[in-house]
Write a protein of this length. Structure first.
Length: 81
């Protein structure tokens, strides 16, 4: 544990940020799984919205967001075969 007040505060801030980031990423993954299971356009729109908001907030990189959306769009075609 840190002894300096500023470092103690930094540890608190880091924990909060980590929890916030983890919450965003977890919801993003769960929405993606829902889309793969149900494959409805409504779920796909919600998942796209989550991916875009995570990208805008800087939680994930722009290219990763595009890759996720591309794979979600391909998911129904993959299971149809």
């Amino acid at each position: 544990m840190a002894n300096i007040k500023a470092n103690i505060k930094n540890i608190r801030k880091t924990k909060k940020r980590h929890a916030r980031n983890k919450r965003t990423i977890t919801s993003l993954r769960s929405k993606s799984k829902t889309v793969r299971k149900t494959q409805t356009s409504k779920d796909l729109a919600v998942a796209y919205k989550n991916v875009d908001s995570a990208c805008a907030k800087g939680k994930i990189h722009k290219n990763k967001a595009n890759r996720i959306k591309s794979r979600l769009a391909k998911a129904p075609k993959k299971t149809a075969k």
